[in-house]
Design a protein around this ligand. Structure first.
Ligand code: ACM
Length: 266
């Protein structure tokens, strides 16, 4: 399974330009699963409710999802990509999964970061895993990684690969994903962005790049630089994620003892 990310610097509000940057970059590349950043087509730092409303789209019939579905169908590939979703009078930080048959499903970010809390509603979909022709794909979005429950839930749901659209600004994630992958014995693809947005007074956000593909053994298979566009693809074996045994006596999921984890279940 050829799995990759495209890291780039989306320009705020320039949806068509950002989409075209992605389609050009991925057009000639052979891969099965492409992961794109959080809010890949719109940019990240919204400055008003009006901007969020103007840039958000419905899923699955919105413009961006339609274009990704068409691209997926034409190339016969799976894509996971982040976008702001409009649903009734609510807005979610969402990601869609598309495949060779078109739209497959979507996930709404569970743990909102920083000023996302001003504009978006915390996700209500729960974590999800889709069993596809190329393997079982789970999704979490950016700051979700900081909560070990996110990847644990995806692992318990059977994920082989966790697709992780991101707009990271804190420095911790790229070095932490190996532990998340090791403790759950899954692959992860963190697709981050680069660049700086300074769209609000006294509030500038610099995105740290360093997108990574990590193996179930916690090995970093690919890591992009902090500031350049980068499309990286690795050959991965989803079957490796399914064996959770460390030795004949220990299995990472079967050895869990939820009855001893009191506060976790409150
Ligand atoms: C983030 O969740 N965008 C840091």
């Amino acid at each position: 399974m050829k799995t990759g990310f495209f890291q780039f610097n989306p320009l705020f509000g320039k949806k068509e330009q950002n989409i075209s940057t992605v389609l050009k970059a991925a057009g000639d590349v052979y891969l099965d699963l492409l992961v794109l950043p959080e809010f890949f087509a719109t940019g990240y730092q919204y400055a008003s409710h009006e901007e969020v409303a103007n840039l958000s789209e419905t899923i699955p019939d919105g413009h961006t999802t339609n274009i990704l579905s068409k691209f997926s169908r034409e190339k016969g590939i799976y894509i996971v990509a982040g976008l702001p979703e409009k649903s009734g009078d609510k807005f979610y930080n969402s990601a869609v999964l598309t495949g060779p048959g078109g739209f497959i499903g979507s996930y709404r970010k569970t743990h909102l970061f920083f000023e996302e809390n001003l504009y978006f509603t915390p996700g209500d979909t729960g974590f999800k895993v889709w069993d596809t022709d190329i393997g079982r794909i789970g999704i979490m979005i950016c700051f979700d990684w900081f909560f070990p429950e996110s990847m644990r839930t995806l692992a318990l749901l059977g994920a082989d690969v966790v697709a992780h659209p991101s707009n990271l600004v804190l420095p911790f994630c790229p070095d932490s994903m190996p532990v998340r992958c090791l403790e759950n014995h899954v692959y992860a693809v963190t697709a981050n962005r680069t660049g700086t947005e300074s769209r609000k007074d006294n509030s500038s956000l610099t995105f740290i790049g360093n997108s990574v593909i990590v193996s179930p053994k916690g090995e970093i298979l690919a890591r992009a630089s902090e500031d350049s566009d980068s499309l990286m693809v690795m050959d991965i074996d989803p079957e490796l994620s399914r064996d959770k045994a460390l030795n004949p006596y220990n299995d990472l999921l079967k050895d869990r003892r939820p009855e001893q984890y009191g506060p976790l279940f409150r």
